[in-house]
Design a protein around this ligand. Structure first.
Ligand SMILES: Cc1ncc(COP(=O)(O)O)c(C=O)c1O
Length: 357
């Protein structure tokens, strides 16, 4: 056996949702609804599939490491300069690289609990101390407690807005006040993987803060609203100087040619994105109404998933739904259910009826 880092065993391993193939194999069921990974339940846009098909003929060459065309398109979309955009193989990659770039022994990172699991993993890989601040009683970020938790050695604060796995948000004014109170030499990563889904009047992207402040970056992804999870592409928007520093340790060529081509095409189709956001909203309302009718507790969501507190144990509920071909996520004390198609949402609610009967 080779020698490994002594702390390797303590680093939590990211647990992806179970695949439909796995569950089909185990359960013997023919059809399975995967509502575990907050993916878009619809096919990619037809023009994206065509563009990827055409680009497949050139994959003998490395991708454009500078991601020039896509950066220019994202920058134009957000009304920033191309050097204020940093692309990665999913926003996951960028957060991982960021943790390494600002972390190291003697540093710490502040993030909420429960929140997106990658913050914890990346912090530990970066040999930094994780300071986990419980959400408030409404399952929202407790921004005051997060500010109070910041230490002199804190180098990064993660704010997931809206938050995964709870689907809750904090208002734009609160985010601004929070950012203003964080010392300017600490990086604030505002992870807005689900911002396109949010409809609350007081929600707004923190992009204006990222434009103004060198210590604020906003993370967006093509995995959710654009339905490109399988291709892995996301970006940070922020100060050019800050992004240039973070980029230094990114692996070369991490955004594949097909991912760049797909995102470049997808961003042109804001009409289709809007249609899908509307369909999600209809589905979300149906899921939340179904849960309310059944007297099942949940957190009102601003995303494409719902944090459900079933009256039985979350682990038991997760297993029993899976036996009925509905894959959700056990997030410890709750199950997280992705909004799917109309049929999938109905199937999930009926499976819940059977499980809770
Ligand atoms: C809060 C949050 N941030 C980031 C990501 C990852 O996005 P990407 O697919 O761009 O790596 C996810 C995916 O589930 C997420 O929930």
């Amino acid at each position: 056996m080779p020698t490994f880092r002594p702390d390797l065993a303590e680093i939590p391993v990211y647990k992806p949702g179970r695949t439909p193939e796995d569950v089909r194999r185990d359960s013997g069921l023919e059809s399975v609804a995967k509502l575990a990974s907050n993916e878009c339940p619809y096919d990619p846009f037809p023009a994206v599939v065509e563009a990827v098909g055409r680009a497949a003929a050139s994959v003998n060459r490395y991708p454009d490491n500078g991601t020039h065309a896509l950066r220019a398109a994202v920058a134009a979309f957000l009304d920033v300069q191309p050097d204020q955009i940093w692309l990665g193989g999913g926003s996951n990659e960028l957060m991982f690289v960021t943790a390494l770039a600002v972390g190291g022994p003697g540093t710490s990172a502040v993030y909420a609990d429960p929140s997106f699991g990658l913050y914890r993993i990346a912090t530990q890989v970066a040999l930094a101390d994780g300071i986990e601040v419980p959400l408030d009683a409404d399952h929202r970020h407790d921004l005051e407690a997060m500010l109070a938790a910041i230490r002199p050695d804190t180098s990064v604060v993660y704010l997931c807005n809206p938050n995964n796995p709870t689907g809750t948000h904090v208002g734009a004014d609160q985010v601004t006040a929070f950012v203003e109170a964080v010392p300017p030499d600490m990086l604030v990563v505002i992870d807005e993987a689900y911002y396109e889904f949010a409809t609350a009047p007081d929600f707004a992207s923190a992009l204006p803060l990222a434009r103004q402040r060198e210590n604020v970056v906003v993370a967006h992804t093509f995995s959710k609203a654009y339905g490109l999870a399988g291709l892995r592409v996301g970006y940070f928007a922020g100060s050019a100087a800050t992004l240039a520093q973070l980029r230094r340790i990114q692996l070369p060529f991490s955004v594949s040619t097909l991912a760049q081509v797909a995102a470049l095409e997808a961003i042109k189709h804001q009409d289709l994105v809007a249609e899908r956001m509307a369909a999600n909203q209809t589905g979300l309302m149906a899921v939340e109404a179904g849960l309310r009718d059944r007297g099942i507790a949940f957190a009102a969501s601003q995303t494409n998933f719902v944090y459900v507190r079933p009256p039985i144990g979350a682990a038991e509920c997760f297993e029993a739904l899976q036996e009925r071909g509905v894959i959700v996520r056990d997030v410890g004390g709750a199950v997280r259910v992705t909004v799917g198609t109309v049929e999938e949402n109905q199937r999930m609610l009926e499976a819940l009826d059977a499980v809770l009967a």
